[in-house]
Design a protein around this ligand. Structure first.
Ligand SMILES: *[C@@H]1O[C@H](CO)[C@@H](O)[C@H](O)[C@H]1NC(C)=O
Ligand SMILES: *[C@@H]1O[C@H](CO)[C@@H](O)[C@H](O)[C@H]1NC(C)=O
Ligand SMILES: *[C@@H]1O[C@H](CO)[C@@H](O)[C@H](O)[C@H]1NC(C)=O
Ligand SMILES: *[C@@H]1O[C@H](CO)[C@@H](O)[C@H](O)[C@H]1NC(C)=O
Ligand SMILES: *[C@@H]1O[C@H](CO)[C@@H](O)[C@H](O)[C@H]1NC(C)=O
Ligand SMILES: *[C@@H]1O[C@H](CO)[C@@H](O)[C@H](O)[C@H]1NC(C)=O
Ligand SMILES: *[C@@H]1O[C@H](CO)[C@@H](O)[C@H](O)[C@H]1NC(C)=O
Ligand SMILES: *[C@@H]1O[C@H](CO)[C@@H](O)[C@H](O)[C@H]1NC(C)=O
Ligand SMILES: *[C@@H]1O[C@H](CO)[C@@H](O)[C@H](O)[C@H]1NC(C)=O
Ligand SMILES: *[C@@H]1O[C@H](CO)[C@@H](O)[C@H](O)[C@H]1NC(C)=O
Ligand SMILES: *[C@@H]1O[C@H](CO)[C@@H](O)[C@H](O)[C@H]1NC(C)=O
Length: 517
């Protein structure tokens, strides 16, 4: 009788609606971060202590957001670009001749990333130097095929130089959105650097660069092609990507500016991995979205598309979290980057006006995780605005350090839990020693798995978590929460029930990271 009653309980639990953490392991995670494109030029004019604070807020591995990837933008020189802060200097003088004093603004943060021990450092390029583009500018042109070897040598020389300076660049991206030259047909100047690399050139560029890096004794891997959207990715990949090219590729990188739904992402990037012979996919850029349907503007799970808006609130924060969730759980990407770490895209808002600075402004841009005053020269206002995206990103850098492995979660089928999203990560013993595994209170070396769960709705809600037949959930050790009123604060740890379930009672619009021993 007793065993019969027990089996009834077990089968009831098996059929229960809670989100189930399984033992099925999927992709490993290799870096979560953002780029140093453009804001570095403004920040070079800020007081030194603010610049240092920005470095610590982004890159310190034990507090702040603790990014595990930093994307350094190697400039082409900004020729043809009309926006001064988007015209980075280049070390390139002529083939084989370099000026290593160039781009002090950008290299400050590159060196900081190395000093902080950021595990993945990516060097990415919007445009090759002007001697390598067919319009002799850093936007509006196309990479010259005959100059691919020289371009590969230049990138290799830059990586080799930084290695001598103690900066280990782990990945190089030789083309960022090569489907777009960023030429502006309506004006003579462009708004940013860009360079078209037609699909027929991409295989040669990847193979040549990988071989040149290897010949220089570098372990740096090539990532490509950073297509703008699933649409451009899937149109171009069959032209340039195959299993031979895949051998020269460290990661199969893409952006997601078409905001494809989770199902489409799953299909497109699985197809990309198949074409390349299994090279992992990386999500390397996204920003700048708003709800497609205005009536759903406050719903964090609404369909979103490219659009203007400055939103430092939890709505945009949870939209970012949902993009990460879809990238990891559906596209099965191994890496995730937000576009740019800092921005001044606050539209018509001024920092002395809290009714917009802390709220949604229609004419700004959701392109940074930290904001600063665009008029700092006149106002001398150098304070920083940390958005909710800053705190939300930390939930993932901490939960999914480099080398962690995603565990499949069977989503809850309970309609009361429909607005929850849950991810889990295993910490293999081999990588548990890494610095990026350590939380602010020294919980490194102890955690064996973590869970990120978000309540994406304007309502308090509870989520029941459980293991499956092969895995019993354990008692969490530490739990952090970001909500409308909190930023990655340590909260009371829920107690594991005798039935092996864990119930999280969450406030509206909140996200949790839980560490388990
Ligand atoms: C190197 O770049 C720095 C910074 O732009 C500049 O001041 C300097 O004149 C350049 N040196 C040479 C030799 O071009
Ligand atoms: C990161 O922050 C911790 C705590 O403030 C500090 O001890 C450590 O030196 C910082 N790391 C670096 C590389 O500055
Ligand atoms: C550069 O190459 C592209 C692609 O082949 C071509 O469309 C464009 O006209 C060329 N531009 C110049 C200035 O030659
Ligand atoms: C892959 O593409 C490269 C470059 O276009 C080509 O040289 C190679 O033959 C192709 N390999 C396969 C297996 O199709
Ligand atoms: C996802 O997007 C594709 C392409 O737009 C569409 O065909 C499909 O119905 C969508 N799927 C879902 C589940 O919304
Ligand atoms: C990828 O390859 C596997 C194994 O051949 C196949 O089952 C799957 O359908 C392919 N996926 C896509 C999206 O092409
Ligand atoms: C903010 O300061 C500017 C002058 O720098 C002023 O014109 C504006 O009215 C101020 N706004 C508020 C809300 O105080
Ligand atoms: C402050 O911002 C609000 C909201 O964007 C705007 O309506 C108002 O005009 C601003 N006030 C000033 C003084 O600029
Ligand atoms: C700030 O002033 C510097 C010169 O000190 C200038 O180069 C820069 O363009 C100015 N920035 C803005 C945003 O006006
Ligand atoms: C760094 O910036 C944060 C966010 O604006 C602020 O709270 C903190 O006081 C600053 N720290 C230093 C040392 O300036
Ligand atoms: C919050 O939950 C209650 C009870 O389930 C429901 O009636 C209400 O519509 C929900 N509110 C929102 C904003 O979703």
């Amino acid at each position: 009788m007793v065993s019969c009653a027990l089996s009834v309980i077990v089968s009831l639990l098996s059929g229960a609606y809670a989100a189930q953490i399984t033992t099925t392991t999927r992709q490993s995670i290799h870096g979560i971060g953002a780029s140093g494109a453009w804001w570095v030029n403004d920040i070079a004019l800020f007081p030194a202590e603010v610049r240092q604070n920005i470095s610590d807020l982004l890159l310190n591995q034990s507090w702040g957001v603790g990014m595990t990837d930093y994307r350094y933008n190697l400039g082409g020189g900004g020729v043809g670009v009309g926006t001064w802060d988007r015209a980075p200097e280049t070390p390139y003088v002529s083939d084989g001749v370099y000026n290593w004093s160039a781009d002090a603004a950008g290299t400050f943060f590159l060196k900081e990333a190395a000093r902080h021990g950021v595990p993945i450092i990516t060097l990415f390029v919007n445009s090759a130097p002007t001697t390598m583009t067919n319009n002799s500018e850093n936007c509006g042109g196309t990479l010259i095929t005959e100059r691919i070897p020289a371009y590969a040598q230049y990138l290799t020389d830059v990586v080799s130089y930084w290695k001598t300076q103690g900066v280990g660049i782990t990945h190089v991206s030789p083309m960022n959105e090569p489907d777009d030259s960023f030429g502006d047909p309506t004006t003579t100047l462009c708004s940013q650097e860009g360079m078209q690399v037609v699909p027929e050139q991409r295989a040669e560029l990847v193979i040549t660069l990988a071989a040149t890096l290897k010949a220089a004794g570098l372990a740096t891997k090539v990532i490509a092609d950073e297509s703008s959207s699933t649409g451009t990715y899937i149109a171009d990949a069959p032209i340039w990507l195959n299993t031979t090219v895949g051998k020269s590729l460290g990661a199969n990188a893409h952006h997601q500016y078409g905001f494809a739904n989770a199902t489409l992402q799953q299909q497109v990037f699985e197809e990309g991995r198949n074409l390349s012979g299994g090279v992992p996919t990386w999500f390397t850029e996204i920003c700048c979205y708003s709800a497609t349907d205005e009536s759903e503007a406050s719903d964090p799970l609404a369909a979103i598309a490219w659009g203007e808006q400055y939103d430092p609130t939890m709505i945009s924060g949870l939209r970012m979290a949902n993009l990460i969730y879809e990238s990891f759980a559906y596209a099965e990407d191994e890496h995730w980057d937000w576009w740019t770490a800092l921005s001044n895209g606050v539209g018509s808002c001024t920092p002395n006006n809290s009714s917009c600075w802390d709220d949604i402004v229609a004419d700004g841009w959701d392109d940074g995780i930290i904001y600063y005053d665009p008029n700092y020269n006149e106002t001398q206002y150098y304070e920083l605005k940390l958005t909710k995206r800053f705190s939300v990103l930390k939930h993932f850098t901490k939960a999914a350090p480099v080398g962690s492995i995603r565990r499949a979660v069977t989503p809850s089928t309970d309609s009361a839990e429909a607005n929850w999203r849950t991810l889990a990560f295993d910490y293999p013993a081999s990588s548990r020693e890494h610095k990026s595994y350590c939380g602010p209170y020294g919980e490194c070396h102890q955690t064996i798995y973590s869970v990120v769960a978000m309540n994406a709705q304007w309502n308090a809600s509870s989520l029941t978590l459980r293991g499956d037949d092969a895995f019993a959930l354990t008692q969490p050790t530490t739990v952090y929460r970001t909500s409308v009123t909190e930023d990655y604060v340590e909260v009371d740890v829920p107690v594991l029930g005798e039935d092996g379930t864990l119930v999280i009672e969450a406030p509206e619009m909140s996200i949790y990271t839980m560490f388990f021993k």
